[in-house]
Write a new protein. Structure first.
Length: 158
């Protein structure tokens, strides 16, 4: 269930797009930017406010890989496992990050909500492989040790 404040926030996003059905994806992107995922209550509210079926809203939310129905951490780490990164040993980097943060393949977000780790097919920086991004900032020529050092620095700062 959404709080009154959350309803107002979502309604403000809907209003920015004129309440148009055709703006569903843009509205969902803004909602996800606000909440770091698409809460179930928000999706139901969007369906009602935009005059769409719940099935239609959920189909859009689940079709696009960029949308998440699960909460994400404040810091989103993406580890590239595309061909160039994979052959340059991105998996040991992923394993080191997961070990440092106490995560597994199943548990992608830390219990404190600070970090989420995802693998992606390609980050489009093949010449810099292996690559990770943290909150959209690209880190090139990574090693397990350099990734762990970055995380340690982030924990100290935050």
């Amino acid at each position: 269930m959404l709080t009154e404040k959350e309803l107002l926030e979502v309604d403000a996003i809907i209003a920015e797009y004129g309440g148009k059905k055709s703006s569903l994806i843009a509205i969902m992107q803004d909602v996800q930017s606000t909440y770091r995922y698409l809460p179930e209550g928000v999706l139901l509210h969007l369906a009602k406010r935009l005059g769409l079926s719940e099935a239609k809203v959920y189909s859009v939310a689940t079709f696009y890989e960029n949308f998440s129905l699960e909460p994400k951490g404040e810091n989103l780490i993406k580890v590239c496992d595309g061909t160039a990164c994979h052959v340059r040993h991105s998996l040991p980097i992923l394993n080191a990050i997961r070990k440092t943060l106490g995560l597994t393949e199943e548990q992608k977000t830390t219990d404190d909500g600070l970090f989420t780790v995802e693998t992606v097919a390609c980050l489009g920086a093949c010449g810099l492989a292996p690559v990770i991004t943290i909150n959209e900032k690209v880190y090139a020529a990574m090693t397990p040790d350099s990734a762990v050092a970055i995380l340690s620095g982030m924990r100290e700062e935050g």
